[in-house]
Design a protein. Structure first.
Length: 360
């Protein structure tokens, strides 16, 4: 990008856990300026001061101020995303909204229609699409090279399992105890988006809930069976109530607040080879006399470089706002598609039946 082009002014909406992480990515980006933080909470002014930026108590106040931004990043509780995004869109401000973009399908559709009517750009914050391990996995799955390809994908097995302490659910984030703050909408939605990104649309799900340990309305976990439009199938276990290193954050080290464990969380099975992620080990019978379980299975690491996904996402967002990129890495429609699957999972958990996934 040319440095002669004015920097994109960006506001952070929400000064809780994720807002300051986004703010640091804005600050580090040479083509962006952090112009304001919006947060009505008592700590909002202090967070803004720590970020050396302007503070406003509401989006309305920001929009009417001399610091109205070109773009904003929504980092507020899940149930507030749609209302805030509509307010920003009405003011002509481009948007990066943290996942889930909405907590129900009708309001998600309303948001898509509203942003289109206002002519603003919307990027859904599924930042893991920018993770170097996911980028490499995607390239392997689409590679025509027989020494790299896995062949036709038959199945995937995935895990997102960890333990969230009581403080995670305590004020001022007690909303996480409720139905919009459980592990399905907060964590599984990331995994569903990555599965869509890697393997295409999910068309059917079945799910059984894990036992409740906290007594909150928020869901704690599930064992899930997936079917993809391609014919591939998958299993996934998600839980935020068990001590475990088998999750995306611990496996990739992308979140500095979570200790890196380096354990795998995806295993992808093809007709020619299988792949373990994020250790990026490819297993195959390449070079063997016969492709058979009686032969020695070769292992080869296909390495990946570490890249901070939030920084890469910010670079993409700035380019999107400037018009240097036309298509968002994760569009509003794709963001809603992940929510549709999560809602199907929750329905399957409630009913004990397989659920066909509807269209966006």
């Amino acid at each position: 990008m040319s440095s002669s082009i004015p920097k994109v002014t960006i506001a952070i909406i929400g000064g809780g856990l994720i807002g300051p992480r986004h703010a640091q990515s804005v600050i580090k980006n040479p083509n962006a300026t952090l112009i304001a933080l919006v947060d009505p909470a008592p700590h909002g002014a202090q967070v803004a001061a720590e970020l050396n930026t302007n503070h406003y108590a509401s989006v309305e106040a920001l929009v009417k101020s001399p610091h109205k931004p070109q773009a904003a990043i929504i980092c507020t509780p899940n149930a507030t995303h749609v209302g805030i995004a509509k307010e920003l869109a009405t003011a002509g401000i481009d948007i990066l909204v943290e996942k889930p973009m909405s907590t129900d399908i009708p309001s998600g559709r309303e948001l898509i229609a509203h942003t289109k009517a206002c002519g603003v750009k919307l990027l859904v914050g599924h930042h893991r699409r920018f993770n170097s391990y996911i980028s490499l996995t995607k390239s392997i799955l689409t590679s025509p090279d027989p020494h790299t390809s896995l062949g036709r994908i038959l199945a995937i097995s995935g895990l997102w399992t960890t333990y969230k302490p009581p403080s995670y659910f305590a004020p001022p984030t007690e909303w996480r105890q409720g139905p919009t703050g459980g592990v399905i909408l907060t964590n599984l939605i990331h995994e569903i988006d990555i599965l869509h990104h890697l393997l295409g649309p999910i068309t059917r799900v079945h799910a059984e809930s894990t036992p409740s340990t906290r007594g909150f309305p928020a869901d704690e976990g599930a064992a899930i069976i997936l079917r993809f439009a391609s014919g591939a199938v998958g299993t996934f276990v998600v839980s935020d109530a068990t001590p475990s290193p088998f999750n995306f954050e611990a496996g990739t080290g992308e979140n500095p607040t979570i200790p890196r464990a380096g354990r795998d969380f995806y295993r992808i099975f093809g007709t020619e080879a299988s792949l373990s992620v994020p250790d990026m080990t490819r297993f195959s019978y390449d070079g063997a006399r016969e492709k058979s379980w009686t032969q020695v299975l070769g292992e080869r690491e296909v390495g990946a470089r570490d890249l901070v996904p939030f920084d890469a996402q910010m670079e993409h967002f700035v380019a999107l706002v400037r018009g240097e990129v036309e298509v968002p890495m994760c569009s509003a429609e794709e963001g809603l598609r992940a929510l549709v699957v999560c809602e199907a999972v929750r329905e399957a958990m409630r009913t004990g039946r397989a659920v066909d996934v509807g269209h966006v």
